[in-house]
Design a protein around this ligand. Structure first.
Ligand code: IDP
Ligand code: MG
Length: 158
């Protein structure tokens, strides 16, 4: 049978991660990708883009009524963003743990936001917050053909 790639609760669960412009500008791309790789998540999609205003507004549509929305769209479109898809058991929730709390002041040391930033409006990274947003965000930022297929020769987990 054909595996259902991306399905929550399977080892093919997928999440969308974006390194925001401040992460790129501060030279944290390899640090951030490395943390996901070393945790054991499988990198299946990766590209660098300059998001358009329309893309940023769609990505953050659920926050459109917030007072910080225009600033958020400006921030997200202010430079290059690295778009990533990671796959693995529990990756949606586990990815959020690696990312850390939205406000870096609340983010635990050891998390990306806890270790590398101080300002909620420059918090380095985006991670999908649940199965529905993961599915919607992966299909918004990636074509099916941009998601790669590869296998671990020695599986890191069953
Ligand atoms: P998340 O990125 O941890 O999922 P969300 O609540 O979905 O947090 O907010 C999306 C992004 O909007 C945050 O990562 C941050 O960049 C920005 N943001 C959230 N709350 C504030 C705020 O109070 N002031 C400024 N920016 C904010
Ligand atoms: Mg969010």
């Amino acid at each position: 049978t054909v595996p259902v790639y991306g399905a929550p609760g399977t080892k093919q669960e997928r999440t969308f991660i974006a390194i925001k412009p401040d992460g790129v500008q501060r030279g944290l791309v390899s640090e951030i990708i490395g943390r996901f790789e070393k945790k054991g998540y499988k990198l299946v999609g990766m590209k660098m883009i300059n998001p358009t205003k329309a893309q940023a507004e769609e990505h953050y549509a659920d926050l459109s009524s917030k007072p910080f929305f225009n600033g958020l769209v400006k921030y997200f479109t202010s430079g290059a963003v690295v778009c990533l898809v990671f796959e693995g058991k529990g990756v949606i929730k586990g990815g959020r743990v690696l990312v850390g709390a939205t406000n870096p002041s609340d983010a635990n040391p050891g998390s990306i936001r806890g270790d590398f930033c101080v300002d909620i409006s420059r918090n380095l990274i985006h991670g999908s917050d649940g199965p529905e947003s993961a599915k919607a965000e992966i299909s918004m930022w990636f074509k099916d053909s941009e998601i790669t297929q590869w296998n671990f020769i020695t599986p890191v987990y069953e």
